[in-house]
Design a protein around this ligand. Structure first.
Ligand SMILES: [Mg+2]
Length: 121
């Protein structure tokens, strides 16, 4: 089974994402901000991280940059989520190491196709 860490400060979004990912046969863990996510990755690196952009404590882009300098046994794939349809955000996230992105609100079909592109579904 593939593992996904859902990182979002919204409990509702985490719940929706968890439900979708579980129907795609992922084992799901959750984190409420980038720092929690980074701690999770150092203890148990998931196959993929679904990453919110705007979060307190440590944002999505800060998490990506920190992940890049953290020694891990392997690199998780990162799909970042944004509500802001900004080419600048997408560019910044890809430059910081994101593999894919999705626009919120995302649905099962969108997530499944992103996972397929990355070879995870
Ligand atoms: Mg947020």
């Amino acid at each position: 089974m593939k593992s996904c860490l859902v990182v979002d400060d919204s409990k509702v979004i985490r719940r929706v994402a968890r439900h979708i990912l579980e129907t795609l046969d992922f084992t799901v863990a959750e984190a409420g901000d980038g720092r929690e996510a980074l701690e999770h990755c150092t203890v148990s690196t998931p196959d993929v991280v679904l990453l919110d952009w705007n979060m307190p404590v440590m944002s999505g882009i800060e998490f990506l940059r920190a992940l890049g300098t953290t020694p891990l046994p392997r690199r998780p794939k990162v799909v970042f989520c944004t509500t802001e349809n900004s080419a600048g955000h997408i560019r910044a996230a890809i430059d910081a190491g994101a593999d894919e992105y999705v626009m919120k609100p995302f649905d099962r079909e969108t997530l499944e196709s992103k996972m397929q592109i990355m070879g995870l579904a």
